[in-house]
Design a protein around this ligand. Structure first.
Ligand code: MOS
Length: 728
C-alpha cells in the first residue's frame, strides 16, 4: 500500500486498543525468565557444540603464524576455524572491518579464531593453547592527533558531509554577540545485557541461525554475502533480544563464526561473545570533536550558525553525523555544517542509540546555553526565539509537525523553571550546590518500507507475521494492538510472531523508525485482510465494519471465526511512502529539564529531578513509550556523567572493556523521572499518525545535565563525561 498523505480518518483512530497503556504482552515471559534468548535455544536443534572466540591481541599489524597443534589435541575440541582454513569469505555490505581477521589485523579483539568443543569449558581451555605470533604495526589511535589529516567523507545515510546556506563567515564576523567553542564526546559502548549470541546449524547447504539481531533482512543478507552463498539458503531467527541500542543492527562475529564453526565441526555450534570481547570486538559510538560557532543579534535572533565535527573510523567506516540536528533545529539565515573523518585503527565505530543527534546535541545544546548567558537571556526563551517551522536549509520544506516551543514552555512551567537563578553557584541545599539545566530534544523520524502477513483462522484469531524485532521496545505489543484495532478483536485474539527471515521483510528495529513503520505495515496487511474477508462474504468492502469479533455490512453480521472458514484467510502487504520524506521534513521534538546537586566539597554530582516533554506524533502505547523515554533519559545521564570507553593510545584498545570499568547509571543514580507526551497526531507520518520516540528521549539529556552542573557551580565542562575531577 502506498501511503496517501495526509492520513484521513481510519480504523486506528477509533483508539479502542491503540493508544492504551497496555502492559507488554511479552512481559510475563521476560520477567519469569522464560523468554527464549538465542543462546538458550537448547530445544531447536540437537547436539550443539560450543564456540569460544579468540580476539586479536594487537590493535594493528598482522599475524605471522598461528600454531593450532596443542589446542587441536586438547580434550573435546572438534574444530578450530581461522582465516587460513575458513575458505574464501566476502564482507557484509554493512561491515567495515572483516568479522574474521587475519593475516591483516584491523583492530584490537577483531576475531582471529573460533575454537569449537563439546563444552564451553573445553573450548575456553583449548583457546588458551592457541599460539599466535603477531607482527605489531603502527596504528593511529588518537582522534585529536588524527583529526588534522581527516578527509571529507562521501555522502552517507546521514546526508552530505558539508552544507552551506548564505554567507556564514561574514555573518558570524559581523554578529554583535558571538560564541565559538569546542566540545568533545568520548567513545561509548552499547553495553547491553545480552551479549551478541548465536546458534548456527547447517542442513546440507541450508543454514539456520538463531541469534540476537535488530535487522533480520540486513543480517541474513550480509551473512549470505559473507559466506558467498545464496540469500535463500540462510534463515535467521531472532524473536527475543536482550537489548541492542544499535550494536545489533548488523551481522557480527558471533553469527559468522558459529556458521563457520558448525560447518567445520559438522555440528550445530553456539557462541555467546565473551563479555571481555564485547567492547572491542563489536561496534561502538565514535568519539567526536566538535566546534560550534553561533552569531546572534542582541535580541537573541541567530544570524549565523556553524557546526563542524571530527570523528574517526577504520577503513570503510563512516563518520559520526554529529551535525545532523544543526541543519534543522534553529533558524538563522547564514549556516554551515561540516563532518570530517579521520583514519583510526580503533575498533569499528557505528550506530548507537540516536547516532548523530545524540552526540551532536551534547555539544549544540551546551552551546545554546552559553550563548544565552552571553546574551543575558533565558535559555528557554532563546530557543523559542529561534524556532522555525521550515527546514532552515531548504525553506520550501515544512516540518510535518513541530511543537518544540510547546515542549519548552509546558516543560518550563511544569518543572518550576522560573525558580532557577540565572546566576550560577547561588543556590545551596546543605552540602549541595543546586542548579537547573534545559536542552531541546531533537531526532529525525524516518519513513521505511515495512511488510507484514496477517491470517484469520476459524477460531477467530488474527496471527501477524513479520520479520520485525522487539529489542525490549514493545514491538510485540503495539503490533498486537494495531491488528486488534484493525480487525475489531480483543488483544487476546491476536498472536504476533516476529524476528524470522521466513516472514515478510519489515523496517526492523533501528533509528527509532520501528514503532511507526512496522505498525503501518501491519495496518496495510490488515486493510488487505479486511478486503479479502468482505469479498469472501460478498460484502461491499467500503461498508464493512469490523467490531466485537464480527464483520458487519448493512443488516448482515458474521462472526470472524465463521468468515475465516476451515482454510482461514491470509493477506500480506507493505506500507510504502514514495518520496514523501522529500516533501516534508519529519522530526520529533522535546525538551529536557534537569536539576542537579553538586557536593561543594567533593564535587560529587547527583541528578535530583528530571523532566522530559516529548512531541512525537500519536503515542501508540503510552506505557511502552514512557519506558523507552525514561530508559533513554537514564542513558543520557550515563553519557553526561559516566560513559567513557577509555582509549589506550599505545596499544589501540578500549581498556575498560567490561561492565565494571565501563560505568553506566544504576538505580541509585537516577531520581524520579517525569515525562509527558504532548497530545499530537502527525497525518504525514503514516496511517498510524505516529512517529519514533525511543531515541528522541536521549537527545539533549546530557547537555541538560551539563547545563545544570554549570548553573550549580559556574564551571563549564565541554568535555564529556563530566566526572568530578573536572569540577575540582
Ligand atoms: Mo539504533 S542506534 O539505529 O538501533
Amino acid at each position: 500500500m502506498r501511503f496517501e498523505h495526509p492520513a484521513t480518518f481510519n480504523p486506528i483512530d477509533q483508539l479502542k486498543v491503540v493508544g492504551h497503556p497496555t502492559s507488554r504482552i511479552d512481559g510475563p515471559k521476560k520477567t519469569t525468565g522464560t523468554a527464549p534468548y538465542a543462546y538458550e535455544r537448547h530445544d531447536v536443534v540437537a547436539n550443539q557444540a560450543y564456540g569460544y572466540v579468540i580476539g586479536s591481541a594487537i590493535g594493528k599489524g598482522r599475524i605471522k603464524a598461528i600454531d593450532l597443534a596443542a589446542a587441536s589435541d586438547a580434550p573435546g575440541v572438534l574444530a578450530i576455524v581461522t582465516a587460513e582454513n575458513a575458505g574464501k569469505l566476502d564482507k557484509g555490505e554493512r561491515n567495515a572491518a572483516p568479522l574474521l581477521g587475519g593475516p591483516e589485523i584491523a583492530h584490537y579483539h577483531q576475531a582471529v579464531a573460533v575454537v569449537v568443543a563439546e563444552t564451553f569449558e573445553q573450548a575456553r581451555a583449548a583457546a588458551q593453547l592457541v599460539r599466535i605470533d603477531y607482527a605489531k604495526g603502527e596504528g593511529k589511535f588518537d582522534l585529536a592527533a588524527a583529526a588534522d589529516g581527516a578527509i571529507t567523507p562521501k555522502p552517507s545515510f546521514g546526508g552530505p558531509a558539508d552544507t552551506a546556506v548564505g554567507e556564514f563567515g561574514s555573518a558570524f564576523a559581523a554578529a554583535p554577540v558571538q560564541l565559538d567553542a569546542r566540545y568533545t564526546t568520548p567513545d561509548q559502548g552499547h553495553a547491553m545485557m545480552e551479549p551478541h549470541a548465536s546458534i548456527a546449524a547447517w542442513d546440507g547447504d541450508k543454514l539456520t541461525v538463531w541469534t540476537s539481531n535488530q535487522m533480520i533482512a540486513w543480517g541474513a543478507g550480509d551473512l549470505a554475502k559473507t559466506l558467498r552463498i545464496p540469500k535463500d539458503k540462510v534463515r535467521m531467527v531472532s524473536p527475543y533480544i536482550g537489548g541492542g541500542f544499535g550494536g545489533k543492527l548488523f551481522l557480527r562475529a558471533d553469527v559468522l563464526l558459529a556458521a563457520l564453526g558448525a560447518r567445520a565441526a559438522k555440528r550445530p555450534v553456539k557462541i555467546a561473545l565473551q563479555r571481555p570481547l564485547m567492547f572491542n570486538n563489536t561496534t561502538h559510538r565514535p568519539a567526536t570533536i566538535q566546534r560550534i560557532r553561533i552569531g546572534a543579534e542582541r535580541d537573541g535572533k541567530i544570524t549565523a550558525i556553524g557546526h563542524e565535527s571530527w570523528s574517526g573510523n577504520v577503513k570503510d567506516g563512516e563518520a559520526e553525523t554529529a551535525v545532523s540536528q544543526t541543519r534543522l533545529l534553529y533558524a538563522g539565515a547564514n549556516r554551515m555544517t561540516a563532518m570530517r573523518l579521520a583514519a583510526l585503527d580503533l575498533p569499528e565505530g557505528n550506530a548507537m542509540r540516536a547516532p548523530g543527534e545524540a552526540s551532536g546535541m551534547m555539544a549544540l545544546e551546551i552551546a545554546i546555553d552559553e550563548l544565552a548567558e552571553k546574551l543575558g537571556m533565558d535559555p528557554v526563551a532563546l530557543r523559542i526565539v529561534n524556532d522555525t517551522q521550515v527546514d532552515p536549509e531548504h525553506p520550501e520544506r515544512r516540518f510535518s509537525q513541530r511543537q518544540l516551543v510547546r515542549c519548552l514552555s509546558d516543560g518550563a512551567a511544569r518543572f518550576g523553571w522560573s525558580r532557577r537563578n540565572a546566576e550560577p553557584g547561588k543556590l545551596r541545599d546543605g552540602r549541595f550546590l543546586v542548579g537547573m539545566g534545559v536542552a531541546a530534544a531533537f531526532r529525525n523520524n524516518l519513513l521505511t518500507k515495512s511488510a507484514a502477513r496477517v491470517r484469520l483462522d476459524q477460531q477467530g484469531t488474527v496471527t501477524v507475521e513479520t520479520d520485525m524485532t522487539d529489542i525490549g521496545t514493545g514491538s510485540y505489543t503495539i503490533i498486537a494492538q494495531t491488528a486488534a484495532e484493525m480487525m475489531g478483536v480483543p488483544l487476546e485474539k491476536v498472536a504476533v510472531h516476529l524476528g524470522d527471515s521466513d516472514f515478510p521483510v519489515s523496517c526492523g528495529s533501528g533509528g527509532q523508525w520501528g514503532g511507526n513503520n512496522s505498525t503501518a505495515g501491519v495496518y496495510a496487511a490488515c486493510i488487505k485482510l479486511r478486503e479479502a474477508i468482505a469479498q469472501k462474504l460478498g460484502f461491499n468492502s467500503a461498508e464493512a465494519e469490523f467490531t466485537d469479533g464480527l464483520v458487519r455490512a448493512g443488516n448482515r453480521s458474521v462472526p470472524l471465526a465463521q468468515a475465516a472458514g476451515r482454510d482461514g484467510i491470509v493477506a500480506e502487504d507493505a506500507i510504502e511512502y514514495g518520496d514523501l520524506a522529500k516533501t516534508y521534513q519529519q522530526s520529533t521534538f522535546g525538551a529536557h529539564f534537569v536539576e542537579v546537586g553538586v557536593d561543594a566539597d567533593t564535587a560529587e554530582i547527583r541528578v535530583r529531578r528530571m523532566l522530559a516533554v516529548c512531541a512525537a506524533g500519536r503515542i501508540l502505547n503510552p506505557k511502552a513509550a514512557r519506558s523507552q523515554v525514561i530508559g533513554a533519559m537514564t542513558m543520557g545521564v550515563g553519557a553526561a556523567l559516566m560513559e567513557d570507553l577509555v582509549v589506550d593510545k599505545r596499544h589501540g584498545l578500549f581498556i575498560n572493556h567490561d561492565l565494571a570499568g565501563y560505568e553506566v547509571p544504576v538505580h541509585a543514580d537516577i531520581p524520579h523521572q517525569e515525562m509527558i507526551f504532548l497530545d499530537e497526531t502527525d497525518p504525514m507520518s503514516s496511517p498510524m499518525k505516529a512517529k519514533g520516540v525511543a531515541e528522541l528521549g536521549i537527545c539533549g539529556v546530557a547537555a541538560a545535565v551539563a547545563n545544570a552542573v554549570y548553573n550549580a557551580t559556574g564551571i563549564r565542562v565541554r568535555d564529556y563525561p563530566i566526572t568530578l575531577d573536572k569540577l575540582l
